[in-house]
Write a protein that binds this ligand. Structure first.
Ligand code: SF4
Ligand SMILES: [Zn+2]
Ligand SMILES: [Zn+2]
Length: 310
């Protein structure tokens, strides 16, 4: 198959755009879509601190590399990569090595936040103790809190997340299926700043997962291919499969889901702007109720609050 824009052979097809692209045009198209998303999601970012969540996987590797390229000519923006070590044996150590390798090769400052020293527990330990819970539930909540705290300590203006189009479309579908409109409206990117929460943006939101993977490979970025041993139980796996099938039959479904989320969020925020979140009585982080969900999970494990978490 030939590239839709030149005579070179295509390396990827984009059924949702009716295009086939060669390597050069594909890489240009990824960079251009990410650049447009930066403009759309954070139009006024000229100076300050940008924290980038870096897991060591392909998505955050591409997010960090393109964020670094985007700000290359703006020394007034300080970039810091933040990794979370949830304590998952056989998985996280290898991804952290890749994360460090990438940050070093790009010349980006890198910090690692460890669950065992900030939360007093790890995902492995919780998975062994909280038998009725799906590990991704508490692990995701804890990671979000650790990233927010790490970004807050840096004085970050933004926290960049590597969510790709598939991730976000799956989340929209899950929230719609569960009638969880609150969570739907709280998804990144965040148009406004909430007290205690560093606004999160997702510059890969228009790039499908397989294109992120191809871009990372073609750009020679170091990333880890491993899969978390706790991932098998996640409900997201079902939504991933449903969405693949929908996208195959109806190209463009993922983009439509993101537009649905934007329209619903706009309408809800226009009629009822969110109030400032309360504070958790245990740790002081933003919370919907008396306690944040991170502390609720920690209490289920009977874990005392670590000093630095207060
Ligand atoms: S797959 Fe689930 S348990 Fe594993 S790191 Fe991700 S959120 Fe945590
Ligand atoms: Zn071409
Ligand atoms: Zn708390």
């Amino acid at each position: 198959m030939q590239c839709s824009r030149c005579a070179e052979p295509a390396v990827i097809d984009q059924p949702y755009a009716s295009l086939h692209l060669c390597e050069a045009h594909f890489r240009d198209s990824v960079r251009e879509r990410v650049r447009r998303d930066w403009h759309r999601q954070a139009p006024r970012m000229r100076a300050g601190v940008v924290a980038v969540a870096l897991s060591g996987g392909k998505d955050s590797a591409v997010a960090l590399s393109l964020t670094q390229a985007y700000f290359r000519r703006r020394p007034s923006v300080r970039l810091v990569a933040l990794s979370v070590d949830e304590g998952i044996a056989g998985y996280r150590p290898a991804t952290l090595v890749r994360a460090q390798e990438l940050a070093r090769s790009l010349g980006v400052e890198h910090r690692v936040i460890s669950a065992s020293s900030t939360l007093g527990t790890t995902t492995d330990e919780a998975a062994a103790n909280l038998k009725g819970e799906i590990p991704c539930s508490f692990c995701g909540v804890w990671r979000r809190q650790m990233l927010n705290r790490g970004a807050t300590e840096l004085g970050a203006d933004l926290l960049v997340l590597g969510f790709n189009l598939d991730d976000l479309a799956q989340t929209v579908l899950m929230n719609l299926a569960r009638a969880d409109i609150g969570r739907l409206t709280r998804m990144a990117p965040h148009p406004t700043r909430q007290p205690g929460l560093v606004p999160r943006i997702a510059p890969l939101s228009s790039i499908p997962e397989r294109e992120v993977f191809l871009y990372a490979r073609l750009a020679g970025l170091p990333f880890d291919h491993g899969e978390c041993p706790h991932a098998g139980a996640a409900a997201r796996n079902v939504y991933r499969e449903v969405l693949w099938r929908l996208e195959e039959e109806f190209p463009g479904t993922r983009h439509s889901l993101l537009r649905t989320r934007e329209a619903v969020t706009r309408a809800i925020l226009a009629s009822a702007p969110p109030g400032a979140p309360g504070r958790c009585v245990d740790c002081g982080e933003p919370a919907g109720g008396e306690r944040c969900r991170a502390c609720e999970y920690r209490r289920q494990m009977d874990k005392p609050l670590m000093e630095e978490a207060g």
